[in-house]
Write a protein of this length. Sequence first.
Length: 466
Amino acid sequence: MKKRAVLLSGLTLLALIAGLIYILNFRTRTFKSISESPSAPVILPQKPADSIMSLEEMKADMDYIIEKLKNVHPKSIQGFSKEQERLIENAYSRINNPMNVGEFYFIANEVVSSFEDAHTRISIQSTEKDRRLNLPMVWLKEGLYVSADAAPLLKGDKILSIGNLREEELLKEMKKIIPSENDYFIKVFTPIDIIQESFLRHLDMLKEDKVPITVERDGKRGDYLLGFRSEKANSSDKNGAWFSYNIYKEDSLGVFTINQCSLNGSYKTFLNNFFEEVYKENIKNIAIDVRNNMGGDSRVINEFVKYLDVKQYKDFSGTIRYSKEAVEQRGYEKESGIKDFNGNVVKNEKIENKNLIFKGKVYILTSNITFSSANWFGVIFKDNKLGTILGEPTGNAPSSYGDILSFQTPNAKLVFSVSHKKWIRPDKEKNDDNTLFPDIEVYTTAKDIIDGRDAQIEKLKSIIKD
């Protein structure tokens, strides 16, 4: 097997088994789901999460958040739903005493989360005082599991409850505070959020500064009280790889991994190198691995398709909502109303070197983490019948909101993003699906984690051999 990788300083690489490091940064950043670059406002430093806000400051910030949600999001063009109005009324009623920025964040977050749009979100920066549990875990199809040894817990322990909340109860609570389009996305972020002190306090999980947890190991239950780790958490891996590839010559398989959709010279060069090796080794099957990819620039898809024997393919259609805010950040001329646009039929501009045009079988590897432009990769290939989806359901609805505008509250300086477009997948008959469901389901299990086994790659190899 041959392996190539490009290492780029400053990128956070997600590793599911290693603790979902990349997602830590996703929680505190805004992003775009398409290729155009927004003219976002200048972002000022956020007030410390433990600084106290007055009633007037909180109400002004809440007014601002609600104003932008109402003015910008396509879902609110006819106003808020009755349920959203109830949530907004409840949010204002809870602003009855001075509280710190972190506490206010959770009140505001419930309003933002009501749009059920993972691109519309509000962020909070942690402080030096913030503590985390030493609890590496992952939420698999078969439940919550410890993903690495962390005394007194062992890798492979099944988590039955945290803070006295069972799995179904935990999911219900996290739905209120994680903006999402499906439960898969919530199950990606819960292992990251739930270990933070602010979330634990919000959910009233602490017992004398410790968190009760019940696990099952070798058929036996064990009850423990977990304390906070003393060292500051490392929120990023400075040596992550945006893309890499593996050539499995004995399996006639090439796997091109994209961990962030970034269209640049390095990507183009690396992609060309991949297909040169595929041609040289006479590889008959390729897979695009976006299992650890949460989006970026969707034009990476067009660049990849140039190497395939495809004449044309259908793109996304959608709806734009115009507003004064969108005029400021996107340069539109209209300040109100909506506009529907049809998806283009993209003529594939194949590469000049015809030897590198691939004519074999194409697979897309997905997971619950696959999101935004990474999800588009799978959707474009699925709806245009360009390849087979293998893996797990994605954390993003194929037809979803996106192309965010960025804002910052006037007092707490909390940054939040609001979608101003609705994207519609090429296959409109499946428009109501809340996830891109794989053609071939292959789920990572607790045993895979314990054994260090890549279930999707192993399944793909077995399919090719059959």
